[in-house]
Design a protein around this ligand. Structure first.
Ligand SMILES: [Zn+2]
Length: 288
């Protein structure tokens, strides 16, 4: 989960562009006469997002009984289709994060309606409700109910990096090291935020994703660690000094990763390796 700065675009700016080339004059007039309602709804979204109260927004069927859900979907299509002027806003939102903030790794190729447009049509084109993300995460969110969707962390509002929550357990096997990532509750988080992070982590299968990256990273570094250990022993150093050299190396990698991203899988991985005496013994005995 990566945080993103909220877009500075307003809902009305996007809406005016969406209706700029429509033929339906009634819809055009109705949207124009409801701009104040869209603006109020956007302000409410911003306020509730900042106080983790998006779940208190009521689902609804239309906008003031004048603009239907289908008409809001039609207006959103005006953002999606490339030939329309509103597509510029779609592209602008998409370009705000090349990487998907939900998983942190996929390429952003689509916009997710954080509050689904089917249940919250007034927010169908509201930039604060549109999050750039990868297809996999978008598909996962689409399979969830409205209540379940509200459990995901919102990249514009929920600060996931105010504390460290990602940790890693390692399993030592004769031929390899296995990694398992987990969410640990930071002391400054309340239970609700912790449970939402657990849901987010589990539902987007982040452990599987991080495990595959960690296994590759470890294989990339194994030769260097083994060589470092062997060079100390060959130069007459004691086993404990050779172990210390490995620990220092892992510690340096941990600190560098932590400075970059406190909840990066590499931070968690190097933290677990640097603290494992069993891993040091494994390196000593591993036949490369
Ligand atoms: Zn993703």
């Amino acid at each position: 989960m990566r945080n993103l700065p909220p877009p500075v675009l307003s809902c009305n700016e996007v809406l005016i562009s969406c209706i700029s080339n429509i033929r339906d004059q009634t819809l055009y007039t109705n949207v124009n006469s409801n701009l104040f309602s869209y603006e109020l709804a956007e302000k409410s979204y911003d306020k509730k997002g900042k106080t983790s109260k998006l779940h208190t927004i009521q689902s609804h069927r239309d906008v003031n009984g004048q603009i239907s859900k289908n008409q809001m979907m039609f207006l959103y299509d005006k953002m999606v289709k490339k030939e329309n002027p509103a597509r510029d806003y779609y592209d602008e939102l998409l370009a705000s994060s090349r990487r998907c903030p939900f998983c942190g790794y996929g390429k952003s190729t689509t916009l997710d309606h954080f509050l689904p447009k089917s249940s919250f049509p007034i927010y169908a084109v509201t930039p604060l409700n549109l999050v750039p993300c990868c297809k996999d995460c978008n598909t996962t969110k689409l399979t969830k109910t409205t209540d379940e969707n509200l459990l995901f962390l919102h990249p514009y509002f929920d600060n996931a990096d105010d504390s460290r929550w990602l940790y890693c357990d390692i399993g030592i096997f004769p031929e390899t090291i296995a990694f398992r990532f987990k969410v640990v509750k930071p002391s400054i988080w309340d239970n609700e935020k912790f449970e939402r992070m657990q849901y987010h982590f589990k539902t987007f299968n982040l452990n599987d994703l991080f495990m595959s990256f960690a296994t590759e990273e470890f294989s990339d570094n194994l030769h260097q660690l083994k060589t470092l250990y062997a060079s100390y022993i060959e130069n007459g150093a004691s086993v404990s000094n050779a172990e210390l050299a490995i620990k220092d190396d892992l510690n340096g990698k941990f600190i560098s990763c932590q400075k970059h991203l406190i909840n990066h899988w590499k931070t968690a991985m190097y933290d677990s390796l640097r603290n494992s005496n069993a891993f040091l013994k494994w390196i000593e005995n591993y036949e490369y």
